[in-house]
Design a protein around this ligand. Sequence first.
Ligand code: ADP
Length: 499
Amino acid sequence: MLNANLSPDVVNGFLDGKPKLLLIDGKFVPAVSGRTFDSINPATGKVLAQVAEGGVEDIDLAVAAARRAFDDGPWSRFTPFERQAVLLRLADLVEANFDEIAMLDTLDLGAPITNTRARKQRAVALLRYYAGQATTIHGQTLPNSSAGEVLSYTVKEPIGVVGAIIPWNGPFGMAVWKLAPALAAGCTLVLKPAEPAPLSPLRLGELCLEAGIPPGVVNVVNGPGSVVGAALAAHPGVDKISFTGSTATGQAIVRAAAGNVKKVTLELGGKSPNIVFDDADLDAAVPGAAMAVFANSGQICSAGTRLFVQRGIYDEFVERVSVFTRKLRVGSPLDPNTQLGPLVSEVQLERVTGYLESGKAQGARAAVGGGRLLSDDLAGGYFVEPTLFADVTDQMKIAQEEIFGPVISALPFDTAEEAVARGNATTYGLGSGVWTNNLANAHRVAKGLRAGSVWVNCYQLMDPAVPFGGYKMSGTGRESGPDHIEDFLETKAVWIKTG
Ligand code: ADP
């Protein structure tokens, strides 16, 4: 029996059967073309809501609204304390409405309700962290060596209009992660959610208005990435793009942004190594290695998908992870006991099952899982079995390419040097994990890994105060941490001849 706040009815006010609109200049409006698209519930394959499908004209309107709000709207006159206050109000509203937000992401993305509800703490903490930063932005007074008396100092100013393009794997949290630092810095933004998960970012837009953020400061335009995202990335009225998504799309964004030399930050794909030494606490490493991939059904860019296991414990470890995996509860995202839901879309299902076939064809052995999950209860949903492939070699496609599904490739290794070298032998560099009880080994391996995050005896920990981002083709720039807000600021040097 579901308790009331776990009932899907909690979203009935928001999903009232009418199409969900675009948020432009403080108003919810249909797309100029009048078009809509269906948002599908991936657990059932059924239509959840119709959503206005933005086009280039809608991006023009949204950028113009953001531009006005930035250049001469009331937002430009908000003091740092006022920006802080409004972000704190937004945090309170997000906290108060999180049952509904979690349910929207569960229905739209298929993430288990227990997981989406657990994301409340992070979403609220992000808003409060950046609210705190709004009043800490400052320049410096810097001595110079000019002849005569000349004072020089710097001021920090908001960069302008931000285009925030987000993926579908954590729609609400991603939207907040982009919006909070932009607003704290004094920027305005146009947020472009991903096609498979358009709903909770619209709810965030509503809450922004309720919090007292003036019209035009936050705009939300859904629509196809190749149209709406591309138009935003190329738009001359946008000063910065903050993007999270695939490496190929990140590359397209860099090219599109070159037109007006936008500042660009990118958080892209990964094929992260998770390295288990024979001295590790296996009781922790077994669930750690499994959930480093199976959390969110593998749809996390920093998932530890290349599981390197020291040869002496390889067979035992593969067996223990398989036993753990067989006990995972895969099923309806609405059931509070479910640990893995479906994949987000039919496209993703085809992609992941393609990799499952490729692994088998190239000689990997599915120690657990290996196929689509079909049963009467799950009919219509995009479910796959959580899978561990053993006997994988570094050259196999499943060991090289980002799958974005619940698929682990287990690879044996002998020495720490070898594990680091093979762990680094990828174009990516986002996450990485090390499991060992030897402190010196932990430090050496953490130093050797070329990745933006190294988790030792844990995986995937995140905090608003700790930077996250990628080396190599996993991206550029860092999100979270004390310096993130710098990406939304320009530095102006002022010289005053006083002599
Ligand atoms: P995925 O392949 O997982 O959908 P993408 O990188 O394509 O990942 O998508 C991430 C976000 O980028 C989504 O919001 C998507 O709509 C958007 N997007 C896709 N193509 C482009 C593009 N050419 N320019 C800008 N944004 C895009």
